[in-house]
Design a protein around this ligand. Structure first.
Ligand SMILES: [Fe+2]
Ligand SMILES: [Fe+2]
Length: 310
């Protein structure tokens, strides 16, 4: 396996930015601290992992409790062998979703570099942010192509629209936060789950270690953008933004119930399973739990007007 075994809980220094925004340094100061932390934790994606040719057939690749239909009748109707097989496709879908979220993230960050929107220290940190996201894409892409033979394609379609000043940047950073916060919830559960294949644990650990810095920066930077722009918006623009964000979170969750993933795992009619799972109160409870931190941030700052329907 990899040269770095036994994923551990992050030390305080690995997540230096979890403090509330009331006590957090500005994103300019934070960027300086995070650049140092990124340089301290530098890693090489091409030598870090030892990729086995194949994963054992009967191994858990995703914590069963995180599998999209867990707790439903469709889940209990499967044999444990089928559940374990589904877990491979579930982790492949989760890694693909993360990778597909990182692609536009790197593009958007790249557009900001050396612009008047950023201080020098923020540009410097964004180079690390992009470097880390690029490595994550290599890591997730290698896993998916090697063990599933593919990366699941992106499903989201975004239509061109008019934006008020600052609204497009706000939407970009909120999208980043949704993919990173939901992903981190899964990473933290799986890096500690000893039932999983050690490679999967390790990938989740490595991702969480980098993401704890991204999340800290994203939360602070997005708060500052919100404080700058939202007071300049009309009530209509504000309501439009809040409605868009609620819909965006809901559609991000829908991606976890990928019909092709169910078909590939051979567990039944993919579209029927997706419909069943999206309507199930059991899976809704999971979505609400996994989104709590993210939604609380959006409610606290006013980016969401009310609890979104998940
Ligand atoms: Fe990432
Ligand atoms: Fe990230």
């Amino acid at each position: 396996m990899s040269q770095h075994v036994t994923p551990q809980s992050p030390t305080p220094s690995e997540s230096p930015t979890r403090a509330s925004s009331a006590t957090s340094p500005s994103s300019v100061t934070l960027a300086e601290q995070l650049t140092k932390a990124s340089r301290r934790d530098l890693w090489d994606v091409y030598s870090y992992f030892a990729w086995p040719d194949a994963l054992p057939e009967d191994t858990w690749c995703m914590s069963p409790e995180l599998c999209s239909i867990y707790g439903t009748e469709a889940w209990t109707a499967l044999s444990e062998t089928q559940q374990r097989r589904l877990s491979l496709y579930e982790i492949g879908n989760f890694f693909s979703l993360t990778l597909q979220g990182e692609r536009p993230l790197v593009a958007g960050m790249s557009d900001l570099l050396y612009s008047s929107k950023l201080a020098a220290s923020q540009t410097e940190y964004l180079h690390h942010f992009m470097d880390e996201e690029n490595k994550h894409m290599v890591m997730f892409g290698t896993f998916c192509r090697r063990y599933l033979g593919k990366v699941y394609p992106e499903k989201k379609i975004s239509l061109p629209r008019e934006y008020a000043k600052g609204e497009e940047d706000m939407a970009f950073f909120c999208k980043v936060m949704v993919v990173e916060e939901l992903g981190d919830y899964y990473n933290v559960v799986m890096m500690r789950d000893k039932r999983l294949h050690s490679l999967v644990q390790e990938i989740n650990f490595v991702h969480h270690r980098d993401e704890s810095r991204h999340l800290g920066f994203g939360r602070q930077f997005t708060t500052e953008l919100w404080q700058k722009w939202s007071p300049t918006w009309s009530p209509e623009v504000l309501a439009r933004f809040q409605a868009w964000l609620a819909a965006y979170i809901k559609s991000s969750w829908a991606d976890f119930y990928n019909p092709t993933m169910y078909k590939d795992a051979g567990v039944g009619d993919g579209y029927a399973l997706r419909q069943m799972a999206l309507a199930s109160p059991i899976t809704r409870e999971h979505r609400e739990k996994a989104s709590r931190k993210l939604v609380n941030y959006f409610l606290r700052t006013g980016m969401l007007a009310s609890q979104p329907e998940l």
